[in-house]
Design a protein around this ligand. Sequence first.
Ligand code: BTN
Length: 334
Amino acid sequence: MDNFLYICQGGEQYMLQDKVISYLEHNQGKVVTGGEMSERFGVSRTAIWKAVHALQEKGHDIEALKNSGYKLSRDSDGLSKQIISSLLTTQKFGRELEVHEILASTNTYLKEITVLDTLEGYTVVADGQSHGRGRLGRTFYSPLREGIYLSILLKPDLELQNVSMITICAAVAVCRALSRVCNILANIKWVNDIFVNGKKMCGILSEASVSAELQTIESVIVGIGLNTGTVDPIVSDIATSVLEKTGAQGQRNRLIAEVLNQFENVYSGFLERGEKEKILQEYAEKLLFIKKQVQIKEGGKSYQATILGVDETGALLVDFPTGISRRVTSGEII
Ligand code: BTN
């Protein structure tokens, strides 16, 4: 297994790191003395220094000021399980949480550890992915510390034909989280891309496991990849990030927690409170290219059509130049 930051390491040193980072984050931008923390946590100043050093190694931007103390920069963007957990308002989503440094792919990892009794809402987050996966067999570029890469396990009681509603719920949740945490107004490119200023900021990959016998959904792993930091020049003409849009970094923990908070809210609204129509309306309001003619690629074929909206299952409704309308359930707008 790769550098598994929080669960496998265990032990007092790691618990101390969690306490230190939470305390520094609570006092973000202010100087906190080593003595203050050593007294508060009942350990030596050397132990505090070691914990700070380990946190710096993990990417937390902590300044050690000679003879005065430590300061967590306002732009510090290191991942912290402790901080994410403290910001959750959920019942299930993220309540079981793993935070890793590098994984091949959080979706693949979650698929591998998923056993029948893994709880709904189990969440895996990575600081970077070596083999991030996108839709249609593509790779998802996942540079270390420049994005949010998370996967969540769901066990919806849902008919197979409605499974794309899960991705729709996730897309709505990401848009809400971006608006709340970063004041970013995002749009959705059907079915799963979150766009800002004409460029992709986030992609969603939902992978369902289906019982072959009963044709029912056993579980769905929803993977969310959100660019937060520097955009690689190789993809800068098609991709954007939170940093590029707002000029600010340092919000990954808050964004992760808010994505989980919003996602649970939308998901339970859909499954338990009969809010499907409302969710689809919110989704449709954010949909790009409505009434525009676009190129659609579907099953190896590509054709032109005008987008009308989405139907009650989340399928795309399109109009052909001949005047004939139809639903599109797979493929993409290119
Ligand atoms: C797409 O744009 O086609 C979907 C991208 C989904 C990327 C996320 S990052 C977390 C999770 N792990 C993966 O390997 N992929 C998803």
